[in-house]
Unconditional design. Sequence first.
Length: 273
Amino acid sequence: MVNRIGTTLLAGLLVVAAAGSAQESGFTFSGTLGLGGQFVATSETVDEGKMREYRDLTDGILTLIDIRGRGDSYYLDLFAENLGRTDMFIDLSGGSYGSLKYRLFSDSLEHFFTEDARTPYSGLGTDTQRAVLPNLDPSTWNTYDLAYQRRSDGGMIEYSFESPFYVRADVGQISFDGNKLQAYAQGTGSGNGFVDLATPVDWATQNLSFEAGYASPRFHFSINYLDSQFENENRLLTWTNGYFEKMCPTAAVIVASRFCIISRVTTPSTPPW
């Protein structure tokens, strides 16, 4: 339901933008277009993960778009930067003076912790992680990048009927995708030590709201409806528990051995903020 309404709303905004600019007389554009690049040397960097924690500081192309359109009754603004990179941002807004306004946006951010992390487990970042333990030779371990991507997409449209009365609709989605480090206890308690796993991150929160009201310089009244849904694609994580693997040899009954070796835990059902 949310996705269907969101698609319809975003498509409608694009139609409104195209129709408004096409019918506007004397509509003019101004702005800036930028194209560049960056080269990053990390040979002497002690912790590259800290350097890249919240910005995409990798080699590549940098872009900038800042365009403004103005007419007698209609306006349009477009700003975008770092297209195609992990910290990409796009914002499109416009409308008719005094009656209509809309906005579309996409905001991406990667939380990068470290690269070439090592673990004896396979299935990194998935809900099934296995290992043959003990394994004390790190050269045989698997490597992976520890990071997750946060992305916020949405849109808004508001119409005021050229009066204090207005109606408004907002739709958006905040999603997280990647992996993060989480510690789980070996055995049945903390006295047996912990193991760090690259747990999967695949969360999304979808929001949809409608609002109608009256807004004047001295008085504001509104009625609104909000629907918010959170989804976690990996609610259960299974992993090899080294403590139970030592306590339950493979010569034991197959059913018993299976439950001794594998631990089952629920992954977090709430976003990391």
